[in-house]
Write a protein that binds this ligand. Structure first.
Ligand code: ATP
Ligand code: MG
Length: 427
């Protein structure tokens, strides 16, 4: 082992021994063991047998305290990724910015991270860019440092499920009881380091029904413009997490309160300012997404972007023509330019772009119902999504309800009735 690494290891071990763990009084909380997957308990035990520290951490501890069964499990440990890899046969090491271990089980993955510190200095392992944003943070630390570099106090609790020990360095337990979302540290610095923390705040506040602590909230107002510094790929993931968390309607209100919606979707904002029906389409889409998620039905990012970009498409298509082009061509070229503009802020992968385009172009065809085309449209791979969107447009008052009703009846009818319906339509 290189001498530097050896010394660091000794220092870390010494520090770990010196830290007095702030253990929460056991009488003050109750965590139901049944809510913790057995794989997680086994993993903690295995670490302990090899004399490593290991705790459940982050969202899983927060959710356990709130009696919500955690959607994924994160573990934090003082073992390095290489040690974790040696210890577990089901381990894959991932990550460029920071090495993480994934433990693969039949139907789930447990993510294991080595305690990290958010060093005060800049160096080879820890780097911020000119905006104060962290671009590399590769320094291992102890449990206390790991706690302080996390985003919110409620996400910074550690739980040793084997010994039933809850460790709280940042006051997260009290905040959970107060239903309060509080950023750790100085808001301006923490948001500058990683602007995504601002929209994470919105997601947690909506999802958990927590209020946002005053300084945490003011910091968002001051730093919201930094959100555009985040990579477009990461923004796509975060925006999808926002709208697919089961409370999109609430999220939309919060995004507007903090002024994020117009930063993320400037063209949409411009149109809906003057067209309430278009905003209603958005609201109904969010409401329907929330319902689908509660009912465990599938949802797709494509549908979300269709609803968000629809107002822009309408405004483009309705602009007076300077040259003679067919409506289909006009729709096609508008779609292309609208998507090109949007992906300057939020990247959308090719596969979703294809679906978005299809759902857009199907709207016109569903409305027109030319000749026998409705029969083949029923078999279009994007028919279902396009029909669902048509229903929302009708419900919002953008198109006649009888067009949506016609399609509802048409797809459920037998063939002779379908032919009759087509005859009737073209009389
Ligand atoms: P969810 O229920 O959405 O999974 P979560 O809190 O578990 O919520 P993750 O994205 O899974 O969120 O992250 C796990 C933990 O990592 C968080 O609880 C937090 O402690 C830490 N974390 C995640 N993102 C950040 C960030 N941008 N800055 C600081 N800490 C973060
Ligand atoms: Mg999580």
């Amino acid at each position: 082992m290189p001498i530097k690494k050896f010394i660091r290891k000794i220092i870390n071990k010494k520090q770990a021994m010196q830290i007095k763990l702030p253990i929460v009084n056991k009488q003050d909380y109750q965590i139901l063991v049944d809510n913790i997957p057995q794989n997680a308990i086994n993993t903690l035990e295995k670490f302990h047998r090899s004399k490593y520290q290991a705790y459940l951490v982050g969202g899983s501890v927060r959710d356990l305290l709130l009696r919500i069964s955690p959607k994924d499990i994160d573990i934090a440990t003082d073992a390095t990724p290489e040690k974790i890899y040696k210890l577990f046969r089901n381990c894959r090491l991932i990550g460029k910015r920071f090495r993480l271990a994934h433990l693969l089980f039949n139907r789930s993955i447990i993510e294991v991270a080595t305690f990290r510190s958010e060093g005060q200095y800049q160096g080879k392992h820890h780097k911020k860019n000119n905006h104060g944003m962290i671009v590399r943070d590769n320094i291992y630390g102890n449990i206390e440092e790991d706690a302080w570099r996390r985003d919110f106090s409620i996400n910074s609790l550690y739980y040793d499920a084997v010994r039933n020990n809850l460790i709280d360095f940042t006051g997260g337990f009290a905040d959970i009881q107060k239903k309060l979302l509080r950023i750790i540290g100085v808001p301006d610095i923490r948001y500058r380091e990683d602007p995504v923390r601002m929209i994470r705040a919105i997601r947690f506040s909506a999802k958990l029904e927590f209020s946002i602590e005053k300084m945490t909230s003011q910091g968002i107002h001051h730093n919201k413009h930094l959100i555009t510094h985040v990579s477009t790929v990461r923004l796509f993931d975060e925006v999808i997490k926002l709208f697919h968390c089961g409370c999109a309607e609430k999220i939309y209100v919060l995004l507007n309160t903090y002024g994020f919606f117009k930063i993320l979707f400037p063209s949409t904002q411009q149109v809906i300012n003057h067209h309430p029906i278009q905003e209603r389409i958005l609201l109904y889409t969010f409401r329907s997404t929330d319902k689908r998620i509660k009912a465990n039905k599938p949802v797709t990012p494509a549908f979300l972007f269709v609803a968000i970009l629809w107002p822009v498409l309408q405004s483009e298509v309705n602009k007076p023509d300077t040259e003679q082009i067919s409506i289909t061509k006009k729709i096609d070229s508008s779609i292309r330019s609208i998507i090109a503009k949007q992906i300057e802020t939020i990247s959308i992968s090719k596969r979703f772009i294809r679906s978005i385009k299809e759902i857009f172009t199907l709207q016109n065809r569903l409305e027109r119902r030319r000749g026998k085309s409705p029969l083949s449209l029923l078999h279009h791979p994007r028919f279902r999504a396009a029909y669902d969107f048509l229903l929302i447009r009708a419900e919002s008052g953008e198109i006649e309800q009888n067009i949506a009703d016609w399609w509802t009846k048409f797809q459920e009818a037998d063939e002779p009735t379908q032919l009759e319906m087509l005859d009737e339509l073209h009389k």
